[in-house]
Design a protein around this ligand. Sequence first.
Ligand code: NAD
Length: 339
Amino acid sequence: MSKKREAKSSKVKTGIAFFDAKDYDIASFDEANKDGEFEIKYFDTKLTPDTVKLAKGYDAVCVFVNDTVNKKVINALTKKGVRLVALRCAGFNNVDIKQAAGQLGVVRVPAYSPYAVAEHAMSLLLTSIRRIHKAYIRTKDFNFSLNGLMGFDLHGKTVGVVGTGKIGRVFIDICRGFGMNVIAYDKFPANDSGIDYVDLKEIWKKSDIISFHCPLTDDTYHMVDEKSIRAMKKGVVLVNTSRGALIDADALLEGIRKRKIGAACLDVYEEEADVFFEDRSGHIFEDDTLARLISMPNVIVTSHQAFLTQEALTNIAQTTLSNIREYLATGICKNEVTV
Ligand code: NAD
């Protein structure tokens, strides 16, 4: 805590440098901090090696999915006296956990609303296969033609779910409600779950729809590539609400061009960090792969929106502040991320 800020209040408050702050973050964190326990400084910039200097004098930094917490940033944070990186999300692939070990703590929000993400995955799927995104624009223009809007029933289709953790399981329940046949792959299957586990090859081979709910790791990086796409059913629908880099975007584009992939529903994109969460309308768009994907009639892109529900934001804010309180007071936290 800086001397300047200490001087402002008689009781020294825990200082949090909050990066990549959006209006909805500020609203939910201010509500969770309405008793003023923490001094939160919101920065709209992302945390990067260039912006890390802003964290000087704060006890903790609060970051999201596209902030950079690499070796350089971690070393700089440590030098500036920061003791904790508090992720306000579940995934932590953007943090160099090995580098952080022994230098500063890393905490996350492991669960805030698996329903938010699973329901968004199903929304994308339904929108895509029932052509709602096209119908919406047509009827807005008083065009009531049905040509080109034919979809297919989900009932009786096989959905392959990759990753059967909190979100994957909610998604499985939703799919079962639709009368779908669910098969799943998980590196660490839960044997008591009643889930029909198969290997990845079978997921590719048998699924009409594949939905991704596993973390981004060395194992899962580009698990959808030219080779796996070749092994999939013609017309397969891919749904990714997990992390963009599970899918090789160029291979996906090629699969769509070749009519192998029937549709793609993407809430995440491997190069999203420089694009998502900001209004880019009116700008010359530099990412040709994403521009081409968005131009496809059978691709739906949302900009990492799956988590964005009132319930999730409230839980994220409350859990993040409780993680910070717990870690800074005791040096341990149940939501700590370790190597
Ligand atoms: P979780 O930890 O509860 O479940 C992840 C599951 O993936 C676990 O069952 C784990 O065993 C499995 N897994 C690990 N390695 C695997 C591998 N190599 N292959 C297959 N499965 C593997 O996590 P969760 O809360 O269900 O979240 C899943 C993912 O969703 C997160 O990692 C995050 O990337 C993403 N997510 C996205 C949003 C969004 O807004 N789009 C929001 C929250 C989470």
